[in-house]
Design a binder for this molecule. Sequence first.
Ligand SMILES: NC(=O)c1ccc[n+]([C@@H]2O[C@H](COP(=O)([O-])OP(=O)(O)OC[C@H]3O[C@@H](n4cnc5c(N)ncnc54)[C@H](OP(=O)(O)O)[C@@H]3O)[C@@H](O)[C@H]2O)c1
Length: 274
Amino acid sequence: MLFVEANGAKIPALGLGTWELSGRTCARLVEQALRLGYRHIDTAQVYDNEREVGDGIRASGVRRDDVFVTTKVWTNHFAPHDLERSVKESLVRLRLPSVDLLLLHWPNPQIPLADTLGALCKLKRDGLARHIGVSNFTVKLLQEAVRLSTEPLVCNQIECHPFLDQSKVIAACRKHDMAVVAYSPIARGGARNDKLLARIGTAHGKTAAQVCLRFLVQHDIVVIPRTSKDQRLSENAAIFDFTLSAAEMKEIAGLAHRDGRIVDWSYSGRAQWD
Ligand SMILES: NC(=O)c1ccc[n+]([C@@H]2O[C@H](COP(=O)([O-])OP(=O)(O)OC[C@H]3O[C@@H](n4cnc5c(N)ncnc54)[C@H](OP(=O)(O)O)[C@@H]3O)[C@@H](O)[C@H]2O)c1
């Protein structure tokens, strides 16, 4: 397993995304992923599956110290007392004493960022999270977060795949020594149908989805693809035994568009930060 290092954190470059996985399917897939060699699991309070993620981790038999567990605090818990209470509830559901990475899921302009970050930093100091970070933060908001935080922020988890130009926010993450964690890294399955990715894949004996993930990993970006299918767990993990050439990387980079976003930002209050 490769790792991406950022501000003192060592994040496995491949994780399993768990949005929309629920119940026994979720627990089984988490268990199976860990048995296959995944060492990083991404969940969130709002996914309503922290309990099943915890069950899957325990069932896998993999030592707790060898699994990197991320959860995210939902925006309605950003007032300091709510944040602390909600994270303690997350840990009860996960049945873990701490998580490896605790993120603010989206910006919430209704609550002062300084207050929310103060509470997040306190949880890190209290040992409930080994590392802290943010998700869906714009360049401007990222700068503000770094200025206000008394503890290092180790990542910004953002929508990131070859069809979306995220160069500005990626550059801002690098400037602050923060890792980029790519969500929707195979464009919610859309990568599968891309002709360029498929052609490059054929040359390497790989699928378009594998080329897509490899492209991100070769840019030192952490990927957290989600699947509900056992065979795709293996497919998405088999991305460390081939290398894309500089010419292939350049060709894939040409797929990026400013308006290539899949995830709807309209409810996030983003306009108030830009
Ligand atoms: N921070 C945030 O705001 C945020 C937002 C969105 C997501 N996330 C996180 O990021 C994770 C991944 O993002 P995502 O779930 O939006 O999208 P994704 O991982 O890009 O795509 C998941 C979709 O792709 C399909 N798929 C998986 N592997 C495939 C393969 N090898 N070939 C073809 N299709 C494949 C899956 O279908 P099958 O199940 O049929 O395989 C599923 O429909 C989430 O699960 C979540 O943990 C975070």
